[in-house]
Design a binder for this molecule. Structure first.
Ligand code: SF4
Length: 378
C-alpha cells in the first residue's frame, strides 16, 4: 500500500529521526519506579532490544532526576522524560535525555502566578542548551479548565487543537522547531478526529499518535489499531505508542503491538473497517508508570475486566487508573471510575466521588454501582 505521508519536518531524538518520511518510530514508557535504577535500566533495555525508538521515563522529583542521571549511563536507549506540573525539573533532566515531554494542561497548575508562556520558554531554553527534542503532549483528561470553558462543553476536540496550536506558535516564535505534538484521548474516534484536524492545520508538525489508557490486550490493541489505521493509512503520524495495561515483565509487548500495526497498515492488511463499538462495555485502563501508587494496580485492572464480564452487552465505560496524578481527571468521562491511592482505591460515578475503599473491598463496591447503573438502563 502506498501511503503519501504528510510533509512533516525532521525531528532528531537521540539516534533516530522522526518526521520527514523517516520510518514510523515505536515508543514505550517504563512502568518501574524511576528510583529503582536497576529495574528501570533493565526495562529500558528490554524495550530498546524489542525495537523501541524512544523510551520514556516519569520524573517527578529531584530524587527521580538523580536516578535518571544514573539510568542514562547504563542504557543506550533514546530516553524521553515526562514532566508533570513541576516544569523546573526540565533543568535537572535535560542533560540526560533526548526528548522532554510537557503537557500544556499541566502548566496551569504549578506556580499559577507565572504565565504559561514563561514556563514554556524555560523548558525550550533547556532543550536548546542540552540538545533535546520536545513533545507538546496534549491530553483530553488534563486540559486547562479555562481553555475548556471557551468552547461548547460537548466539544472536547476544539480546545485540544487550540491548545496545541497556541503552544506550537509560541515554540515556533522562540526559533525552536525540533518538536512533535501528540493529541491523545481514550476514545479512538476522538483520536482520529483530533489528529486529522490538527494535521490539516499544521501539516509540517510531526505527530506522535496514541490512544491513551487503551487498556489490556487484546482490547487495547484493537482500539489503538482502529485509530492508527485511519490516521497512518492517510499519511498522518510519525511516531506511535500503544499504551497497554501490562505487568512489568510483559511491557515489550507494547513495542511488538506497535510494530505489527504499522507493518500491517503498510502492507494493506487493514482490519478495522470496524467501527468502534459503543454498544458494549468499554474498560479503559492506564498502562501504569513510575507513578503507580500500588503494585496491585495491574491485578486490579485485570480483576475489574473479569468481574464486569457479565455487563458486556451494556454501553458502559469503566476507567481504572494507577495514580492520583492523572486518575481524578481521566476518570471524569467514564460512567464509573477507579483510581489508585497507596492503600485505597477511589471510586467515582461520573464526576461524583463515592469514597475510597481498600483493595480487598473495591470489587464488591464496584459491582454494586455497576448493578445500579444496569438497573437504571433497563
Ligand atoms: Fe502513570 Fe498515573 Fe498515568 Fe497510570 S494514570 S500511566 S500511573 S501517570
Amino acid at each position: 500500500m502506498t501511503i503519501q505521508r504528510n510533509p512533516t519536518r525532521p525531528v532528531v531524538i537521540g539516534s533516530i529521526t522522526v518526521g520527514a518520511n523517516h520510518p514510523i518510530a515505536v515508543q514505550s514508557m517504563t512502568a518501574t519506579k524511576t528510583q529503582n535504577i536497576d529495574a528501570t535500566v533493565a526495562q529500558a533495555e528490554a524495550l530498546r532490544a524489542q525495537g523501541a525508538g524512544v523510551v520514556r521515563i516519569a520524573v517527578d522529583s529531584d530524587k527521580d532526576a538523580e536516578a535518571l542521571a544514573e539510568i542514562r549511563k547504563q542504557t543506550t536507549a533514546n530516553l524521553a522524560v515526562d514532566l508533570q506540573e513541576n516544569f523546573r525539573l526540565a533543568e535537572k533532566v535535560a542533560p540526560f535525555v533526548d526528548k522532554i515531554r510537557y503537557n500544556p494542561g499541566h502548566l496551569y497548575h504549578h506556580q499559577r502566578d507565572k504565565p504559561w508562556q514563561d514556563k514554556v520558554r524555560f523548558i525550550i531554553d533547556q532543550a536548546k542548551e542540552h540538545d533535546c527534542a520536545i513533545r507538546i503532549g496534549v491530553n483530553c483528561g488534563s486540559m486547562d479548565p479555562a481553555k475548556k470553558e471557551m468552547y461548547d462543553p460537548a466539544d472536547s476536540i476544539t480546545p485540544m487543537i487550540e491548545s496545541a496550536r497556541e503552544h506550537c506558535e509560541l515554540v515556533d516564535s522562540l526559533g525552536f522547531t525540533r518538536y512533535v505534538v501528540s493529541l491523545k484521548d481514550s476514545d479512538p474516534r476522538k483520536v482520529i478526529e483530533v489528529n486529522k484536524r490538527f494535521a490539516a492545520l499544521r501539516p509540517d508538525v510531526p505527530l506522535h499518535l496514541g490512544v491513551t489508557e487503551a487498556g489490556m490486550p487484546p482490547d487495547g490493541i484493537v482500539k489503538t489499531r482502529i485509530a492508527f489505521e485511519q490516521l497512518i493509512g492517510k499519511g498522518i503520524g510519525d511516531t506511535v505508542r500503544v499504551s497497554l495495561t501490562l505487568p512489568n515483565d510483559r511491557k515489550p509487548e507494547e513495542i511488538d503491538a506497535g510494530h505489527s500495526i504499522v507493518e500491517d497498515i503498510y502492507s494493506g492488511r487493514v482490519r478495522s473497517v470496524v467501527v468502534f463499538d459503543d454498544t458494549s462495555l468499554n474498560i479503559i485502563s492506564c498502562p501504569s508508570c513510575s507513578r503507580v501508587e500500588n503494585e496491585a494496580f495491574i491485578e486490579l485492572a485485570a480483576s475489574v475486566k473479569e468481574m464486569t464480564e457479565y455487563a458486556k452487552d451494556y454501553a458502559i465505560t469503566i476507567a481504572v487508573m494507577g495514580c492520583r496524578v492523572n486518575g481524578p481527571g481521566e476518570t471524569d468521562d467514564a460512567d464509573l471510575g477507579l483510581w489508585c491511592g497507596p492503600a485505597k482505591v477511589n471510586l467515582k460515578r461520573g464526576t461524583e466521588a463515592l469514597g475510597a475503599f481498600g483493595y480487598d473491598e473495591i470489587l464488591p463496591k464496584l459491582k454494586q454501582e455497576l448493578d445500579n447503573l444496569i438497573a437504571s438502563k433497563s
